[in-house]
Design a protein around this ligand. Structure first.
Ligand SMILES: Cc1cc2nc3c(=O)[nH]c(=O)nc-3n(C[C@H](O)[C@H](O)[C@H](O)COP(=O)(O)O)c2cc1C
Length: 436
């Protein structure tokens, strides 16, 4: 992560904030304001009450995520290529010099949204081993900071860590777990992605990094963590204990109310001497890009597995509940078949699926909606499937039902729908023209 941030700094791709900011709302406010106009990463050098600088929006950019995979093609295509390469197992190394034991309260205490219950860790990647097979898993889970020894964490129903914890709990055991802040970037990508239960996500991270991930032993638990990680919180998820967590401003843009959630007992916090803390504003582009990675690649792979031809790319805009698939049409009705396969690929998030042609910018919802409005009848190109359950955490069925939209040019009439363009417009550098 350190090397990655240094590279971005050297390329002037980081916005640096030197003045001191408060961790209570101000840091999140500046990040959100910056994200409205730029996808640049941010580095806050001084956060009140802590000696650790904070990086935000490191992953809030599609081009940066694609670059991290070592390609300039569509993210989904590149991801699929990398996943077809041989796995790269991690390698054990000695503990590096300069690691220090600190307290949770030494870290920047960041409160993001107005009604949040207090400071949260939002970019923590949890590492735990499957209780029977020992296969390691990586996943993100928010954590409310209660004290130096206690975090309250959110384990969503279908996630692997939730299943591991349930197995340990059934035996009356705590589940050992390490929370990593600032692991190598490829670990964050592997953590966000949806990887089969019995695959090692550390090996997936090795594939993404094209090198074995060096691992050191933890000091107080029987796990190993990537030696280069900036900050590691070691501890255990307690069995049969639930305590109130929340409210918290979440990725869908609203608050999740207080709920009885799991308790993480901290046994040590180990940081590099000059550690950088990673903070992530939930629901911001950084969060949405990471969740998109998981959903879009899963849909893309399902389309290929179903032998759908002409699949170019998949994105989630304006957010993760809406999947957009870009195709090169091969036959009449192609878009509708693609739509049905995409809907079946993910039962949590595909509340709407839109299919567009190759000349539409799938990362821009305005362009996607323009295609629907201009390329055919509204009434015959929308498909509503009632009463299909959606997002798992949905007591009132607000996420039920599916909407499919075929926003492609009617088959065989491509020439009539040619998009107008001004030669040279993309290459214009306005600074060469504007006087003031
Ligand atoms: C930034 C971020 C925060 C997340 N926060 C949570 C969370 O608090 N609770 C949760 O259950 N899942 C959360 N998720 C989703 C899971 O971490 C994610 O789906 C992951 O792929 C699950 O891993 P698994 O497939 O190995 O179970 C978050 C995802 C991201 C990208």
């Amino acid at each position: 992560m350190r090397r990655y941030l240094d590279t971005l700094l050297a390329q002037n791709r980081v916005r640096v904030v030197d003045r001191e900011v408060s961790g209570r709302f101000e840091l999140a406010a500046v990040t959100q304001r910056s994200q409205r106009e730029s996808d640049a990463a941010l580095l806050f050098r001084h956060v009140a009450g802590s000696r650790y600088p904070v990086m935000t929006n490191i992953f809030g950019s599609r081009p940066r995520l694609t670059e991290l995979l070592g390609g300039n093609k569509s993210f989904c295509r590149r991801w699929t290529e990398v996943m077809a390469t041989p796995v790269v197992p991690p390698v054990d190394v000695a503990e590096p010099d300069g690691l220090q034991e600190i307290r949770l309260s030494d870290l920047p205490q960041i409160t993001y949204f107005e009604l949040d219950a207090g400071p949260y860790l939002t970019a923590g990647v949890f590492l735990a081993n499957e209780p029977n097979s020992n296969v390691p898993n990586l996943s993100f889970h928010r954590a409310q900071i209660i004290s130096d020894s206690e975090l309250r964490i959110r384990l969503g129903g279908p996630h692997h860590l939730t299943l591991y914890q349930a197995q340990a709990e059934a035996r009356g055991q705590a589940l050992e777990c390490a929370i990593m802040l600032g692991p190598p970037p490829e670990l964050l990508l592997a953590a966000a992605a949806s990887i089969p239960y019995d695959e090692s996500e550390l090996e997936v991270a090795g594939r993404l990094a094209a090198r074995p991930i060096p691992m050191r032993r933890c000091r107080t638990i029987g796990l190993s963590v990537p030696a280069e990680t900036e900050i590691v919180i070691e501890g255990r998820i307690l069995p049969n204990v639930r305590r109130p967590e929340g409210p918290f401003g979440e990725f869908l843009g609203t608050y999740v109310p207080v709920g009885d959630n799991h308790v993480f007992e901290v046994s040590a916090v180990i940081a590099r001497r000059d550690a950088i803390y990673h903070a992530l504003v939930c629901g911001s582009p950084e969060d949405l890009r990471l969740i998109e990675l998981s959903v879009a690649t899963r849909v893309y792979q399902a389309l290929l597995a179903a032998n759908q031809r002409g699949i170019i790319d998949v994105a989630c805009v304006p957010n993760v509940l809406s999947t957009v698939v870009q195709i090169e049409q091969m036959y009449d009705g192609h878009a509708k078949q693609v739509m049905l396969t995409a809907m079946g690929a993910n039962h949590d998030y595909n509340k709407s699926v839109l299919v567009v042609d190759e000349d539409v910018d799938i990362n821009d919802f305005n362009d996607v909606w323009w295609a629907y409005l201009t390329r055919g009848r509204a009434d015959q190109r929308a498909l509503i499937i009632p009463d299909v359950p959606g997002f798992y955490r949905d007591p009132h069925k607000d996420f039920w039902g599916r909407l499919g939209i075929d926003a492609t040019v009617p088959f065989g009439r491509k020439a009539e729908f040619l998009r107008k363009r001004i030669p040279g417009a993309d290459a214009v550098n306005l600074a060469d023209y504007l006087t003031c």
